[in-house]
Write a protein that binds this ligand. Structure first.
Ligand code: NI
Length: 179
């Protein structure tokens, strides 16, 4: 399976609203999803949206490896035409990155708990509740379908940091929170 090129910040395709998938039976989405999955694993990410690989359709996939989320594991999941709704008002701020913005991390507020639904490539409805990193990655990927990047969700753009500099930021945070 080919590894697809991931669009990077500045590419206009990242700022467009993607169109719903209205035809699953022709196999095009199955092929797209297979290539996206290989691309995601190759890039070492946890989520990818079709617009990031130049396809303006409402298709996302994600997984949560247990080492990233305190033992919580979510197998690779494909959502076609996904919808999400917040469950409760709790918003948490955590570091987030994006394969389209390589090397950078920012502190992004997201709903702690959401419900989501969408179709899998076989056309079967997938409906779940999610919290923590699982809820975060789904919100991040669905944002991509609406042309929204995490940068514009950030409340304080000064937290934007290169990944290899995060240890400085964390040391400062610890200093500030010390009694
Ligand atoms: Ni992203």
């Amino acid at each position: 399976m080919p590894i697809l090129e991931i669009a990077r910040l500045g590419h206009p395709g990242l700022r467009q609203r993607a169109a719903p998938v209205d035809e699953l039976s022709n196999g095009l989405v199955t092929d797209l999803v297979a290539d996206m999955q290989d691309t995601l694993i190759n890039a070492g990410g946890i989520g990818l949206a079709a617009p990031q690989v130049g396809v303006p359709l409402r298709v996302v996939l994600f997984h949560v490896p247990p080492q990233r989320a305190n033992g919580q594991r979510i197998e690779m999941t494909v959502l076609i035409n996904p919808e999400i709704e917040p469950l409760g008002d709790t918003v948490t701020v955590e570091w987030e990155g994006c394969l389209s913005i390589p090397g950078l991390r920012g502190q992004v507020p997201r709903y702690e708990r959401i419900g989501y639904r969408g179709l899998n490539p076989a056309g079967v409805l997938v409906e779940r509740e999610a919290s923590g990193l699982h809820a975060r990655v789904v919100q991040h990927e669905v944002d991509h379908l609406n042309g929204v990047l995490y940068l514009e969700r950030m409340k304080d753009c000064l937290s934007l940091s290169f990944e290899d500099q995060l240890h400085h930021v964390r040391a400062l945070e610890e200093e500030r929170s010390a009694p």
